[in-house]
Design a protein around this ligand. Sequence first.
Ligand code: OGA
Ligand code: MN
Length: 293
Amino acid sequence: MTTLLPLVSNTTQEVKITPLNAPLGAVVTGLDASKAIAPETILRLKQAHRNYHILIFKNQKLTDEQLKDFAYYFGDLFVPLDETPVLASKTGVTPVVIPVANIEGGYTGTGELTFHADHHWTPYPSSGSFLYAEEVTTKGGETAWLNLNLAYESLDDVTKERIRDLQLITYNPFVRTPDSPRRLYRNDTSTPLVAPVFAHPLVRTHPESGLKVLSLGYATEVSVVGLEPEEGSALIAQLREHLNQPKFYYEHRWAVGDIVYWDNQSTLHRRTAFDPSERRVLKRISLAGSRPF
Ligand code: OGA
Ligand code: MN
């Protein structure tokens, strides 16, 4: 049984939302995520999330159950389909709170993770994810988030026009034939597909804000529907080079008690590698999304 709505709640006046001096992001202080939150505060947070793409909540202390209750203020949970596995997928019983940690039972190890959006290869990718930091490193393991709306808007007009109606397939990195090489672009059809694939607009419209985003990860294997491999791979390489510019992203140095809630529809995220002798324990929850358009 879940315990819902503890008696003590937050005072609305104390909650401050301060935009970062960065291409995206705002910091939320004066809020205790383990307690009930006033309706007007929830609405302010939702609005800020739409405007700033990521919210950073400071100084939290939560059980897994409380983290889940907090996340539910913003939507329903992401549940992967068995045929489109994601991080921590287990048939029928994927955990809701996923330990992103270099300890036993944890996921993602200690290596670098390049810019990606969670669940992009599924039919209905998640709308957003939360990471809550319980233990952090002294250096390394920084997470950066990249503003895909800015990345789109700063493309030149010719490129915008060229990519306007293109559909992109992102191949599932969790389903791989053992000896197939890691590729940035699938330019042959000789390797059989081992999981269903889904094409989504390369230029996506954010379902709430209506903003256009360049919906492309940095290194996941992709292909563009209807383009010859040579043309498609050259285009994707050009877009990826454009994406990977510091002017589009903010890098976060974690402190214990931080929760970052990001929009998976308008951002990418990446992580720098860290020393395996340090412990890094984060907890992740992802929210359900909708069919991209
Ligand atoms: C994730 C992820 C980044 C990190 O959990 O989806 O990409 O900083 N984690 O560990
Ligand atoms: Mn991720």
